[in-house]
Write a protein that binds this ligand. Structure first.
Ligand SMILES: [Zn+2]
Length: 128
């Protein structure tokens, strides 16, 4: 079964960037996904590819936004994705370097992106 399940309830933790790690920074943990929204729900139901291995086939991707609750009582939003390799029927978290920030920063970024109306009328790449 290759249906990508809900991520609500999954734990969230981050390692520090290398520059801070060198100075002894600890990881930040204890976060938890409390809500999610998927870009295209149908992509969560990607079937296992049964064609011979093809270097041009990069598998399947599914994109989502998550609301994350942190132990301090605060929240953040992460825009991220999962990947299913060609020939596999399991999803892997692909967003080790996803953007995650406080809701107001994510809101500003998304609003500014949506305000780029001409971006959304351009011809789209062949596949997604
Ligand atoms: Zn494939």
């Amino acid at each position: 079964m290759s249906y990508m399940k809900s991520t609500i309830g999954k734990p969230v933790k981050y390692g520090p960037p290398d520059s801070a790690k060198k100075l002894g920074a600890a990881e930040r943990g204890g976060g938890k996904v409390v809500d999610e929204v998927w870009a295209i729900d149908a992509q969560r139901d990607a079937a296992k590819h049964d064609h011979p291995h093809d270097p041009d086939c990069w598998g399947d991707y599914v994109f989502l936004s998550q609301l994350i609750a942190w132990p301090c009582g605060g929240h953040a939003i992460r825009l991220t994705y999962y990947h299913q390799r060609c020939g596999s029927d399991s999803w892997l978290y692909g967003g080790q370097t996803s953007i995650e920030s406080i809701p107001s920063t994510i809101k500003t970024l998304l609003e500014k992106t949506l305000n780029k109306a001409d971006w959304f009328t351009r011809q789209e790449r062949a596949t997604d």
